[in-house]
Every structure is written in structure tokens, then in C-alpha cells.
Design a protein around this ligand. Structure first.
Ligand SMILES: Nc1ncnc2c1ncn2[C@@H]1O[C@H](COP(=O)(O)OP(=O)(O)O)[C@@H](O)[C@H]1O
Ligand SMILES: [Mg+2]
Length: 230
């Protein structure tokens, strides 16, 4: 599903260069549930942004679901973001003035899905994440956990090839975090390919594979403790 070969990322601010990713080679298969851990500044978000086609590598190759990403122009990248990637952010990134129903259906508007079809998809997904009774609420009328569930529904509405989540529980209390992780676990059981960044070992334990970052490099890549315990 995902293949990175020799991917590096260097940020340049004037004369200052930061090598955020050293040479990175990673393969993630369809249906995997991967947690990325590591200290602040180690390059986790940089990798996620590349995986999510929000940014491009400085060097190297990224193949996503059969498409070589770094050669694509901005229009093709936007299309891939819309069709193949569901991105979940720490701060939810919901539009505050729109209902969560509208928030969830919006990727389908850009994706050219008919009005009736996108309403059905959005309602079904909001039902699935436990917000069936809240579809007409705005984000600020919901708890953090509920907002993140709405954001996950939005990420799924175009039926993406991969679901990427960068510290999705970073702003949530323990109970909401557990709910969100259970939801990811359920999606994984249904066949979704999921990559999640987290600081918390409890959260990472839900994944089946843990990739540890240190200073722009992968320092460890293992099956998670929970899986070994099974
Ligand atoms: N847009 C940017 N411009 C310059 N440096 C950046 C930018 N984004 C991230 N960095 C730097 O790249 C390194 C990795 O950052 P990041 O990927 O955000 O790490 P993490 O998500 O693991 O905390 C850090 O040193 C950070 O300061
Ligand atoms: Mg980060």
C-alpha cells in the first residue's frame, strides 16, 4: 500500500537547514495498523505529511497504492488526498460554522459524489461513530471526543486507501482517547489501513506494529506488545 525508498526531507529557512528525515525506507501493507512513536521533533509529523501528500520528499520515492507520488502535480496530489487519504488531526480541523453532517459530507462535494449519495454516506458514518443523534450540531456543541469521532467520519467518507492520524488523542481525556482507539481498532478489524502517531504507550498498544523514531530516523520497527501478548 505504501512504499518509501530513500525518502529524505530537509527544511530550509533562509540559511538554516533542518534535516527532518534522514534516509527512510518503509513498507506498509494493506490492512496494517501501525503506531509511530518518538520524541518531539523526531520527524513524525514530517513523515505523516509526506504520507498524506500534504508535503513532498526532498529526495526519494513514495509509492501510494500503485502511484508514484513525488512526480505528480498539485492537481493530481489534491485528487489523491481526496480519494485515497483520510487525515485525522490533533485539533480536529472541523469547520466551526457548519454542522458535523456538512463537515463529513464536504470531501464528497469536492470528490463529485451526488447529493443523495453523500448524505447517505455521511449519515451512515456519523451513526457508525456514535453521533447519529448529533448530525445537526456544530463542532462547538460537541465534546472533544465527539469532535474527533466526527473528524474520523469525515476522514472515512471517501473510502480512502489509508487512514492517517497525527496525535489524534493529544487533546483528549483518557476516556475519550480510549473510545477513539477502540474505534480505530474496529476500523482495523474491518480491513482499514491505519497509521497513527502517538506519544502514549497505552495508545500505541492498540496498534499491531510500532515504528519508533529518533532524530529523523527509524530506530525500531516491531510488532507491538499487545500483539505479542495475544
Ligand atoms: N515547516 C518547517 N520548517 C522548518 N523546520 C521544520 C518545519 N516543520 C518541522 N520542522 C523541523 O523538523 C523537525 C521534525 O519536526 P516534526 O516532523 O514536526 O517532528 P515531530 O512530529 O516528531 O514532533 C524538527 O526539528 C522541526 O523543528
Ligand atoms: Mg508532530
Amino acid at each position: 500500500m505504501i512504499r518509501l525508498e530513500g525518502v529524505t526531507k530537509t527544511y530550509r529557512n533562509g540559511a538554516v537547514e533542518v534535516q527532518a528525515l534522514k534516509t527512510m525506507d518503509v513498507t506498509i501493507n494493506k490492512g496494517e495498523f501501525v503506531a509511530i512513536m518518538g520524541p518531539s521533533g523526531s520527524g513524525k509529523s514530517t513523515l505523516m505529511n509526506i504520507l498524506g501528500c500534504l508535503d513532498v520528499p526532498t529526495t526519494g520515492t513514495y509509492v501510494l497504492d500503485g502511484e508514484q507520488v513525488e512526480s505528480l502535480d498539485e492537481d493530481r496530489l489534491a485528487a489523491i488526498r481526496n480519494r485515497k487519504i483520510g487525515f485525522v488531526f490533533q485539533n480536529f480541523h472541523l469547520l466551526p460554522r457548519q454542522s458535523i453532517l456538512r463537515n463529513v459530507e464536504l470531501p464528497c462535494v469536492y470528490g463529485g459524489v451526488s447529493r443523495q449519495e453523500r448524505m447517505e454516506r455521511a449519515k451512515d458514518l456519523l451513526e457508525k461513530v456514535g453521533l447519529g443523534e448529533r448530525v445537526h450540531h456544530r463542532p462547538n456543541e460537541l465534546s472533544g471526543g465527539q469532535r474527533q469521532r466526527a473528524a474520523i467520519a469525515r476522514a472515512l467518507v471517501m473510502d480512502p486507501a489509508i487512514l492517517l492520524a497525527d496525535e489524534p488523542t493529544g487533546n483528549l481525556d483518557a476516556k475519550s482517547s480510549e473510545d477513539i482507539m477502540r474505534l480505530f481498532g474496529q476500523l482495523h478489524a474491518e480491513g482499514a489501513t491505519i497509521i497513527i502517531v502517538t506519544h502514549e504507550p497505552d495508545i500505541a498498544a492498540h496498534a499491531k506494529r510500532v515504528i519508533r523514531f529518533g532524530d529523523g530516523d527509524i530506530v525500531q520497527d516491531t510488532a507491538s506488545e499487545r500483539r505479542e501478548a495475544l
